[in-house]
Design a protein around this ligand. Structure first.
Ligand SMILES: C[S@@+](CC[C@H](N)C(=O)[O-])C[C@H]1O[C@@H](n2cnc3c(N)ncnc32)[C@H](O)[C@@H]1O
Length: 229
């Protein structure tokens, strides 16, 4: 894993507090959890967040004052670290289908560093998210990050089902809006439909760590931020 490149030019209209010490702290935590979770017998199937995305998620959660955060797609915990580092009050609930050793090792790492602040729900999000109980509308999540199954049906179900778990006006981030890659077609279509159907209001598009007016290639990574309506 090459994390030696700094996230040059990370820019957003939604926050401004970028710090060099944050960058080295998050990078070092990502390296630590990677070493803890690395499993060469069963290597990862999916891509994981890069440093600039992790920093973006951390600053976004902080700027939106999100203390209750959900993510679909835990993998080895990079985005969980980003959210847990956004504030000492932040609590994260992750939904993850895989139960491999790497996922369990990453969970162990998170629990030792952030005791009682992380919950991991195993299973297919198309079933576990609808089954997840929140006590009341004001107990829902402030921020939801969708980065699980990339097939259209899964991304569509995740955006739709997670809305029930969101507080009114909660922030939504949908990853992989890269329709020039095969794995980006499903999330991009699902996002565009959510905007068209007025489920979400777009706030920002990010392409290779830069805020842009719309998603367009080429970019290695691109995601969208919005607000549930
Ligand atoms: C791109 S990775 C997540 C990366 C992570 N958010 C990060 O920032 O590094 C996608 C994860 O979603 C999980 N996943 C795929 N389909 C899923 C589903 N239907 N339900 C829950 N998790 C799923 C995969 O096992 C994988 O760990």
């Amino acid at each position: 894993m090459d994390m030696s490149m700094p996230p040059a030019g990370l820019k957003s209209a939604l926050f401004s507090d970028l710090g060099v010490s944050d960058q080295s702290r998050i990078q070092s935590l990502m390296e630590d959890i990677f070493r803890h979770a690395e499993d060469r017998v069963n290597p990862l199937d999916d891509r994981v967040s890069c440093l600039s995305q992790a920093l973006y998620l951390m600053y976004l959660a902080r700027a939106r004052k999100a203390s209750s955060i959900a993510e679909i797609g835990f993998s080895i915990g990079y985005s969980s670290i980003a959210f847990l580092e956004s504030s000492p009050q932040a609590k994260v609930t992750s939904f993850e289908i895989h139960t491999e050793t790497s996922v369990k090792s990453a969970k162990e790492f998170i629990d030792s560093r952030y005791p009682d602040r992380h919950q991991l729900i195993y299973g297919d999000s198309t079933q576990t998210v609808p089954a997840f109980q929140i006590p009341g509308p004001m107990d829902g999540f402030d921020l939801i990050f969708i980065d699980g199954g990339h097939e259209y049906s899964c991304a569509k179900a995740d955006i739709t089902n997670a809305r029930r778990l969101a507080k009114p006006g909660a922030t939504l981030v949908v990853d992989s809006l890269t329709p020039w890659f095969k794995w980006g077609i499903g999330p991009t279509t699902a996002w565009e439909e959510a905007v068209r159907d007025e489920i979400v209001t777009p706030l920002e598009y990010v392409s290779d760590a830069l805020a842009v007016s719309r998603i367009q290639g080429p970019a290695e990574r691109a995601w969208a931020v919005g607000q549930y309506r």
